[in-house]
Design a protein around this ligand. Sequence first.
Ligand SMILES: *Cc1c(COP(=O)(O)O)cnc(C)c1O
Length: 231
Amino acid sequence: MSSGISERLAAIRARMREAALRAGRDPGAARLMGVTKTVEPERVREAFLAGLTLFGENYVQEALPKVAALAPEAEFHFIGHLQSNKAKKAVETFSAVQSLDRPSLADALNRAALAAGRTLPVLIEVNLGDEETKAGCDAEGALALARLAGGWPGLSVAGLMALPPWSENPEESRPHFRELARLAKSIDALKLPNVSMRELSMGMSNDFEVAIEEGATIVRVGTLLFGSRNT
Ligand SMILES: *Cc1c(COP(=O)(O)O)cnc(C)c1O
């Protein structure tokens, strides 16, 4: 049985190390997240057995069997659009939420985390291209959300996440990644309580190397690892 996942994993990891070294960063500076939307639990397990321990899911329901099979040895983050009425289930299922994009969701996650007796790490999702079709807040909204969420005991603000406008050419993503890194720095400089911009989640299959060159600490890779998604 050779689905090629372990070979692809090794190839992606090698490219990640090279990108980090090119930028003068530690070769292990960025973690690889396998994005598993539409990927069968069995293939997620294969990736886990090949050594991948961080996964991202876009839908709470779809994640349940994968999380049940592999957590807590594997870590699952929520990266999709989250409805506030799913906050409780998300807090029960995921170790972190990377797609905090509005105050009402922060409120729902905070309440759910307090009810569960835990502190939930969250990343604030920033919409870099100001694309109307995409979730995420602008720079001002991100700052406001950091101030708000950092003040709530159920949440700890651990960084920023972004999906720049898709382009064939990864270099088109570079200015967006740079902007995200700059925004994280400027928020960190304010030294808000419970806000530490240690994670920059940026870069996907087509632009993860550029993202690492620009400071990513988590790259979210789906198709390059698991093959194209059937839509
Ligand atoms: C689907 C998805 C990815 C992975 O995209 P690929 O191009 O398949 O690597 C990363 N991040 C988010 C938020 C996604 O929805």
